[in-house]
Design a protein around this ligand. Structure first.
Ligand SMILES: Cc1ncc(COP(=O)(O)O)c(C=O)c1O
Length: 368
């Protein structure tokens, strides 16, 4: 077909390959009871209070959503101790990443990120023709070394993406290290602290990006309702930023980017402390359970502060993925992050964990 030429910067972008949905695997392989431990969702599901409010809200779907997320913004601002004007909501926190590059990146501008980390930073940069510099995490431990990140910052750098807890390693930045890093950072560079998994972190030394925003630092903290809140299907997340940055982001935001059902459910989920506590507890129990299960198979995950783990199974992760799939277990392969013998596995219910361990045992016997 004779079509216009695609923008040259998009030639570098490959469409995102999401984890396979359960329905698709069941249909393709003729299986039942398939489990997905691939996308870091909450196996406890959403808050029942959020579910109730969504049922009531269904009848109002003929009306456009509130383009300013008024009630949700006020409630979130109050909870975090920031001004409503410092918040921008998005269709998932993913959308905030694109908003940031849309607002700040001209072709040739640079960003720095660590590797392995979340692939959407690269996507958002490439979308605008930006360049991204990748700094490896420490070998084996996957710890951050922010001095190495700083070394890559130059006059073209506009954004730095720091993910803590980091996807896929589950490792975190330490407060002291971040403090020192921010002190040395040149002017006009914005640090994007992606904290999609913040609520799972138990390390008292783990920094909360919002605290840095409150101190007036050049930081945008990203949060989501997709993980601990169990609302991934609704697509809602937000950024907490200095007011001037929030104003810049609002220039590129479409008027009704967050749907009404998502706003209603998130408002309810925000303060459902019981659901949050239950979800956190499930992850802590699940981590202990899976770690013991892995030990029985002679494999050791990277110590994590998230709702998933990254584990070296010492065999080709794509082959292991296919073999696990046939046994009804969906996981994420490490090759997409540059670690071809690792799997990223979301902590599940005890039942799901048992199924995974049993399947992995068979797979390792077959492939080792
Ligand atoms: C580190 C990280 N940031 C952001 C996101 C995107 O979350 P959302 O569902 O809010 O777009 C994810 C999702 O997996 C993630 O792992």
């Amino acid at each position: 077909m004779d079509k216009p030429e695609i923008r040259s910067c998009l030639e570098l972008i490959k469409p995102y390959q999401p984890g396979k949905p359960v329905d698709e695997v069941e249909r393709e392989l003729g299986l039942k009871g398939v489990i997905k431990m691939a996308s870091n969702e909450n196996p406890a599901g959403p808050s029942s209070k959020a579910v109730e409010v969504m049922k009531r809200h269904a009848e109002k779907m003929h009306v456009y959503p509130d383009g300013n997320c008024y009630y949700l913004k006020r409630a979130t601002a109050e909870k975090l101790g920031v001004k409503p004007e410092q918040l921008v909501f998005g269709n998932g926190s993913d959308e905030l990443l694109s908003f940031l590059t849309l607002a700040y990146i001209n072709p040739g501008d640079e960003a720095v990120m660590v590797t392995p980390s979340f692939s959407e930073y690269v996507f958002a940069m490439r979308l605008m023709g930006g360049e991204i510099k990748k700094v490896p995490l420490e070998e084996d431990t996957f710890e951050y070394n922010l001095d190495n990140v700083l070394e890559q910052v130059n006059e073209k750098t506009k954004l730095i993406f720091l993910c803590s807890p980091n996807n896929p390693s589950g490792t975190v930045i330490k407060k002291g290290e971040l403090d020192r890093f921010l002190e040395k950072l040149p002017e006009k560079v914005l640090v994007v602290m992606d904290q999609a998994y913040l609520e799972f972190a138990t390390d008292p030394d783990h920094p909360d990006g919002v605290e840095y925003v409150k101190k007036g630092m050049p930081v945008v903290a990203l949060r989501t309702f997709s993980k601990i809140y169990g609302l991934a299907g609704l697509r809602i997340g937000y950024g907490v930023a200095p007011e001037e940055v929030a104003a810049d982001i609002n220039r590129v935001r479409e008027p009704f980017n967050v749907n009404a059902m998502a706003q209603a459910a998130a408002l309810e989920a925000l303060n459902d402390e019981e659901h949050l506590k239950k979800s956190r507890q499930l992850v802590n129990e699940s981590r202990k359970h899976l770690t013991e299960g892995f030990a029985g198979l002679g494999v050791k995950p990277v110590p994590d502060q998230a709702n998933f783990c990254f584990v070296d199974i010492k065999v080709d992760s794509r082959e292991a993925f296919q073999a696990l799939l046939k046994q009804g277990v969906i996981v994420r392969t490490g090759d997409i992050f540059g670690f071809p013998t690792y799997l990223r596995i979301t902590y599940g219910t005890i039942e799901q964990n048992n199924k995974l361990i049993e399947a992995l045992k068979n797979v390792l016997n077959e492939l080792q």
